[in-house]
Ligand binder design. Sequence first.
Ligand code: GDP
Length: 498
Amino acid sequence: MSTSPSSSPATSDDTPPSSFEMDDTIAAIATPPGVGGVGIVRISGPQAFKIGAEIFRPARSSTALPLPSHLLTHGMVANPDSGEMVDEVLAAFMRAPHTYTREDVVEIDAHGGPLVLRHILELALAHGARAARPGEMTLRAFLNGRIDLAQAEAVMALIVAESEAGRRLAMRQLQGELSARVRAARARALDALARIEASIDFPEEEVPPPDPAELAALIAASTDVVSGLLAGADQGRILREGVRVAIVGRPNVGKSSLLNALLGVERAIVTAIPGTTRDTVEERASIAGVALHLVDTAGLTPTDDPIERIGVERSRAAAASADLLLFVVDGSVPLSELDMRAAGELAALDADALIADGAATDGRHEQRPVLLAVNKADLARVVSDADASALWPGARIVPTSAVTDGGTRELAERIAALALGGDVRAGDALVASARHRDALRRAQEHLRAAAETLAAQTPLDFVSIDLRAALESLGEITGETATADLLDRVFAEFCIGK
Ligand code: GDP
């Protein structure tokens, strides 16, 4: 079959072959590289059954061909030319359209050795299949209309999910929750557009001019859905990608030790000599179902040592991009000039970020939470809450001890809760990818323009231009208006065999 997206892919001598050939049969090893109990070769397309029948021999010679659909049959993969047996396998012949790609699919469950799988794949290729590109099976599922683009992306998000929260979010997207909301927003904008166009196309006929109040209500309803999705987007990103936490503070306060306590494993080198953590160390942990990316920094204090200077630069970059700052002080000694300076540097960094980001960004820096860990709580405490508050007004203060592990569990939970913010319900976080967020922002902008144009009583043609642009942006999420270029970019992120 030949399905094509809204604009056909560019073809020239220097572009790779288009991903949108749908007439051929593709094959790939669907399991990850390496050794495993089972490995799967998947063949999809019009020739899948023919190729499968050529290279697979049922164990029982009495087995009737064609094999029943969607049932596993025991047998051998053999080279039909030489008769050489390649592996003992289970094969499933699955007839279109009830398959992953909506095409005829053959799946061969073989032994999970790289040579075995390679050999089976090469037999399939020698008998008429083409090696599938990354994500091409899922691309076909999309082009054949089984899933939309947001659902296709959810497949990959599910595969790479790092936390329970991320997995749950991907699963909801795969089941079409995001798509349904986007379609609801589109339906209202489309309704408004249809009313305008009917009056433009048939001005003299029976079509009464649309009621501006009704148009405004439809545009507002569409905007509400889009704004609701955007409101949960920060949470969505954090649920999917994890919370970026930068651990900052002057040398020797226990940053590396706290990082290790949070992870429960020894990773960063802990020593009593100031300035040994010369580089940033990034670690990942999953706490309360949320992935944490913890970055221990070398400190923000300027230095003349060229190697330390690199560390300081990296620390500043890590601190600038973090969702949350964990500012650590040593509670067993009075706060020093170095603590003040670290706090001052951080404040300056946040101010820079606010200015650089302006109002149009994701707002991450606007209320970036700061947790102030008063560490070494196992020793006599000399830093009071008042001292700590003076260092960073508004920071939440948590006493911790990296040595006795006191407070680290609470610390981890507070990090997760703070980063997610208390006010947005997890159920509202449906948008997790930067691509979706970007498309929603553009849709929101066009809808706002449509509402303003309408209110200004400008001719309705102008409102329809804005509405079309909004529909275009929303359609990019579900794929209705995705260009070939966009699809190439989306599916290039996939793994082979998916
Ligand atoms: P960093 O330079 O801020 O990363 O500090 P380190 O993690 O390297 O710790 C500096 C020193 O403080 C080491 O000797 C640690 O063993 C010690 N230390 C870290 N956390 C604690 C703590 O909670 N209690 C005590 N008593 N010592 C700690």
